[in-house]
Design a protein around this ligand. Structure first.
Ligand SMILES: Cc1ncc(COP(=O)(O)O)c(C=O)c1O
Length: 454
């Protein structure tokens, strides 16, 4: 029998998170106060996050211990399996070896509980009663609902209106774990009311939903805010994915030449890629790490490196990031988790320093890849995850053209079992390409007041 699935025991769940900042020659630039434009210290984040997460956000330590209670909850679904994609390889008739790490086995169906659990844990430790958040496709909202339920914390989710209508069962899933869900923009917040007054028919965006969730947390003493991506501590928590994958690849007697992951704010990419980048830093390896984004929200491939807000209304600190501008509202693609205008600070610096690469795929190409994957490997991928598959297929085809064998590993960061509307639209021919013009990007960036960073 072919050795298709490489598993680990519960004892092999990582004991530490890996903090890549310790290994970066060019450290990320500091966040700036939105008013004074001066670097902000950790205290400025205190209204939104518990102190332990703020310490992780600014930490320079290479390894940070994972609390036992968090590892204990991780053991519900971790270690996650790593598969050799024999079916896909055969269909592509490629000399490449393709592996994927499957994060869809978590209760919420994606990588997101890797960070929602520690975030809820640290909030609980500091006596917080309610956590607010935004969600795009509903993957992050459901992951946070699951974690808050475990720690008996109220959970309030602002869900991008487009996804709220496209994915009603994600909302029910959050309700099942006890969370309250609002379509965003909502009239429950000042930020939401402002946007609705300007554009009552808006489909919403992650940037808008963040403004709403941040406002709710900033105005209530017992409430904090949780972000499902972008920030350093979120990426840190996700490194359990790549640490497990390194051990699994060793068990398979292989090591990837290319590591690929879809890219929204950068957390699942960081989760898989950073532990492999560590091998580049520590052992002088040359593993290529590629982030895959949609052509309709191409901050890495067509954005600029510049200070920008993390949200639409401008309530967060200014962050040095690749961005399309905080007012950018992407086309209504089904990959809701990738409809975010900016990239996390660490991944932005790594891209600037050419330590990682980025590619973009259009809406049709990713569905073709997703269906090919479902038909050859069985698992139906989340629309976000199809972007990584499209890159893996493109790289495997290159191997065939060049007549070389390379080992490719990608992150199958979530299943698409709640995304049947997306697949229905694809089969009905209702998925269209969204060609974003340079003029549209220029117009969005023109609204930024900050200069490009050298
Ligand atoms: C299944 C899935 N994959 C990928 C992403 C992209 O986010 P990130 O880049 O933070 O991993 C999301 C975000 O919601 C998601 O739900």
């Amino acid at each position: 029998m072919k050795h298709r699935k490489i598993t680990l025991s519960e004892q092999e769940i990582p004991e530490k998170w890996y903090n890549i900042i310790a290994d970066m020659t060019n450290k990320p630039l500091p966040p700036l106060h939105p008013g004074t434009k001066e670097p902000i210290g950790p205290d400025a984040l205190a209204p939104l996050f518990p102190m332990e997460l703020i310490k992780q956000e600014v930490s320079g330590e290479k390894w940070i211990a994972i609390p036992d209670e968090v590892r204990n909850i991780y053991s519900i679904w971790r270690p996650t399996p790593l598969y050799r994609a024999y079916g896909l390889e055969k269909a592509l008739d490629t000399p490449a070896k393709i592996y994927y790490k499957y994060e869809g086995v978590s209760p919420a169906g994606s990588h997101k509980p890797n960070t929602s659990v520690p975030q809820a844990y640290y909030n609980k430790q500091e006596g917080i009663k309610r956590i607010t958040t935004e969600t795009g496709a509903g993957q992050w909202g459901s992951a946070l609902a699951f974690a808050c339920n475990h720690f008996d914390i109220d959970c309030e989710v602002y869900m991008v209106k487009l996804s709220y209508n496209q994915k009603p069962y994600r909302k029910v899933m959050m309700n099942t774990w006890g969370a309250k869900v609002f379509p965003s923009p909502s009239d429950a917040t000042e930020a939401g009311r402002k946007i609705l007054a300007q554009d009552p028919d808006t489909t919403g965006s992650l940037g808008i939903a963040i403004s709403e969730a941040v406002e709710r947390a900033a105005m209530n003493e017992d409430t904090k805010y949780a972000l499902g991506s972008v920030l350093n501590h979120v990426k840190l928590h996700q490194t359990v994915i790549g640490q497990e994958a390194v051990v699994q690849m060793e068990k398979a007697g292989d090591m990837p030449d290319i590591v690929i992951a879809p890219f929204g704010g950068g957390s699942n990419f960081a989760g898989l890629a950073f532990p492999f980048l560590r091998l580049n830093f520590d052992e002088g390896r040359n593993i290529r790490c590629i982030a895959s984004e949609p052509t309709s929200c191409p901050k890495l491939t067509r954005g600029v490196f510049r200070y920008d807000f993390g949200d639409t209304v401008g309530m967060t600190p200014l962050l040095p990031m690749y961005t399309l501008g905080h007012n950018f509202v992407p086309a209504p693609i089904h990959a809701g988790g990738l409809r975010y205008h900016g990239a996390g600070v660490i991944v932005s610096q790594l891209l600037k320093d050419k330590l990682i690469e980025a590619v973009a795929h259009d809406n049709i190409e990713v569905f073709e890849a997703g269906v090919t994957f479902a038909r050859t490997e069985g698992i139906i991928p989340a629309p976000e995850a199809t972007h990584g598959i499209a890159t893996a297929i493109a790289e495997a085809k290159k191997c065939k053209e060049e007549g070389v064998s390379r080992t490719i590993l990608f992150n199958l960061c979530g299943h698409g079992n709640f995304d049947m509307k997306a697949y229905e639209d694809y089969f009905a021919g209702n998925i269209v390409r969204h060609d974003l013009t340079s003029e549209e990007i220029k117009a969005s960036l023109a609204e930024l007041e900050t200069p490009e960073i050298e």
